[in-house]
Write a protein that binds this ligand. Structure first.
Ligand SMILES: [Zn+2]
Length: 452
């Protein structure tokens, strides 16, 4: 059976991930993401109102025109988890393919919401949404020879999976994005046992496509429980403070949000989640049963209800609340940035605490915006508790362990630019792979034929 891989997006950047795998006559697309930094660099760009070709030209969504060189029919579009760099282009590109979106429950729900936001303007979307849980399989195409399986992985968003395409030539493991967490918060540990089995059964693993994000960092990525302990310790240390405490983190990181909520309750404060995306991710997770927030946790997304909540907090006393807000990267329109600029009814006073349960994404725009937001908060007297965070991506030893478990014949580094690939290439070469032979560093828009 011919096996061919099209590297469509996310091979020159972190963002707009998209890869297609052809097994005989059947094609499966993994991820269809947005590169948000290409959007945010322009003022007032509303992607909902823009056409696909303009967004492709901007570098914001994958240039999927290379798909016309791939013979065969697309049978499924498979986003691995709910981060925008993996689902954000679904409303723009998926309708060009006569195939369902197949994903884990939380991811499906987020993808649906993306599409609903979009159809306000177009309405051409009629792909089906098919839910599939980790541990389940589905057959792909009519040959009876190709099956897709979801393996549960741990990442900085709940319900992440790595899809595995089982073909007569061996398995193709699409390994974006994960860390190896054996004591996560809100969900099961990564299913390493299954990865080890896949490495040994049948013809083994033909190809492993891997997210190289932290390959250059030594050791292994700590567990989410590490960030949780750090958070608990920090919040406990300011338990006696009788002024404002505000926390910010990734809205999509529901495990982290749930830890903050829990520790806020522990110190006798009422947690309130503020900002549109806070409400979206935590509300969706609660509705689907991934998390059970205490009954008195408020979630407010709309500007008016947020400002009303801030007024209530000021009236009833800041010492009774712990707002969890958007703006951990200093995004200009996010809640914390507005608070720093004094644009909300919440007044930050001398000695108030701001907890950043995040790390600045090392990119000049973020760094600049975050610097500015932090300066504004400090000018009002805020004390900053920074970097209470662990990454969602594997480091060097995690990558080593994955190669060891899967023993793939071919490896394709992804989710980075060339510079980001290089530490992963060093690691893979130290494990016996050779660049150009079975280790394929590539760019967006290329084809790699693995079996002719
Ligand atoms: Zn991710």
């Amino acid at each position: 059976m011919e096996i061919e891989i099209a590297t469509i997006g996310g091979y020159e950047e972190v963002g707009r991930q998209m890869t297609a795998v052809r097994a005989g006559d059947d094609v499966v697309i993994f991820d269809m993401g947005l590169n948000l930094s290409q959007v945010l660099i322009h003022d007032n760009v509303e992607t909902e109102k823009m056409h696909s070709l303009d967004l492709i030209d901007m570098g914001a969504i994958p240039d999927d025109r290379v798909m016309s060189d791939l013979e065969g029919d697309v049978k499924a579009i498979v986003p691995t988890h709910g981060h925008l760099d993996h689902i954000g282009a679904i409303p723009k590109l998926a309708h060009r393919y006569d195939a369902p979106i197949v994903a884990a429950p939380f991811t499906i729900e987020l993808a649906k919401q993306q599409v609903e936001d979009e159809t306000k303007f177009s309405g051409s979307f009629d792909n089906d949404f098919v839910k599939m849980e980790a541990g389940e399989t589905m057959s792909i195409g009519d040959s009876g020879n190709v099956e897709m399986e979801f393996v549960h992985v741990t990442h900085s968003i709940i319900d992440a999976i790595n899809p595995v395409l089982h073909t007569p030539e061996g398995a193709i493991v699409y390994g974006l994005d994960k860390r190896m967490d054996h004591s996560p918060v809100l969900e099961d540990p990564i299913d390493m046992e299954r990865f080890r089995e896949i490495g040994r059964e049948g013809n083994g693993v033909l190809c492993y496509i891997e997210d190289c994000t932290n390959a250059g960092r030594k050791g292994r990525t700590p567990s989410e429980s590490h960030a949780r302990n750090h958070l608990e310790d920090t919040i406990r240390s300011i338990e006696d403070y009788d002024g404002g405490i505000v926390a910010t983190t990734f809205s999509s990181h529901v495990s982290r949000v749930s830890s903050i909520v829990e520790f806020a309750k522990d110190i006798g404060r009422q947690p309130v989640l503020l900002g549109r995306s806070m409400e979206k991710y935590s509300g969706t997770a609660e509705r689907l049963g991934f998390v059970d927030f205490p009954d008195d946790v408020g979630m407010y997304g709309h500007r008016k209800s947020v400002d009303r909540t801030f007024k209530r907090i000021m009236k009833e006393g800041k010492e009774n609340f712990l707002p969890v807000v958007t703006g951990h990267q200093g995004e200009p329109r996010a809640m914390l940035t507005r608070m720093g600029r004094g644009e909300t009814p919440y007044e930050i006073e001398d000695g108030d605490k701001v907890i950043f349960s995040a790390r600045v994404i090392p990119e000049p725009t973020n760094e600049g915006q975050r610097y500015q937001s932090e300066r504004l908060l400090r000018m009002q007297g805020a004390r900053i508790y920074d970097e209470i965070h662990v990454s969602g991506h594997l480091r060097e030893e995690g990558h080593y362990q994955m190669l060891d478990a899967l023993q793939p014949q071919h490896v394709i580094p992804a989710h980075q630019d060339l510079q980001g690939f290089s530490p992963y290439v060093d690691l893979a070469e130290s494990q016996g792979y050779a660049l150009g032979r079975d280790l394929h560093v590539t760019r967006n828009g290329n084809m790699i034929q693995l079996v002719e």
